[in-house]
Ligand binder design. Sequence first.
Ligand SMILES: COc1ccc(C(=O)Nc2ccccc2)cc1NC(=O)CCSCc1cnc2[nH]ccc2c1
Length: 272
Amino acid sequence: GGPGPARVFTLDDFEIGKKLGKGKFGRVYCVRDRKTGYICALKVMDKKELIEYKVEKQFRREVEIQSNLRHPNISRLYGHFHDEKKVYLLIEYVAQGELFKVLRRKGKFNDVRASKYIAQMADALSYLHKKHIIHRDIKPENILLGLDGNIKISDFGWSVHAPSSRRTTMCGTLDYLSPEMVEDRKHDYRVDIWSLGILTYEFLVGNPPFEEQGHTATYRRISKVDLRIPSFVSPEAADIIKRFLQHSPEKRFPLEQVANHPWIIKNRPYWN
Ligand SMILES: COc1ccc(C(=O)Nc2ccccc2)cc1NC(=O)CCSCc1cnc2[nH]ccc2c1
């Protein structure tokens, strides 16, 4: 059987370790549960900030949804507690940290590494879509790398990191928006398939496909799907990128078919 009833935590249950990150709504620390020795990430947020930014309802809804998610490539929300001034989120600690930093350090990933991550992302997104959850914010900054080399999507949606430690363009987020989102039309779960195409391209090339200096130029290239795939990208990878980056959501490659695409089949034997 699984773990017992959720414990009621207080801050005293933890030894506070190093700071892992700083978000808009709070700071994240690496902590150890004194009772079990378990290492977790603790996100600390001011109640008054959540009220000021009017995100309490969103917070409760997200915590409710996330507490029920169980997938190897989605980082766990173990629990939450509060005291007089603050709210605390107990989140799975993912040892190798932000995939964004690995990508920037390496410049770009080869087909073996990129195909492993994209297959895991497709599996995680398919799981979320079956639960009628659209992630809507797929980008390297929201992906963590576990000790075993597998990825974990985490919810940075509410933590806007200081610009310095993030992309050069202030509007990194625009790069991942689908045509229907930039054109403010109705959108559904297939925006995540579009973003997965942007992510595949960025993993293999080192920058997102429609990146431009200004918002308007990026917007125009997204709307036109002005996609230029460099010749060093393998034919199988170029094929799956084109299947993801279809202007019309109906034409986008279904996530369930990713595992059987030649790019995945060809590289799977080399995943460690
Ligand atoms: C399941 O995860 C989450 C669930 C909820 C929220 C959240 O903030 N919800 C919210 C807040 C306010 C209003 C509405 C909703 C955040 C996360 N997750 C993260 O923020 C990822 C970084 S913390 C984890 C973590 C682990 N392992 C690491 N290794 C290196 C860095 C690092 C960082």
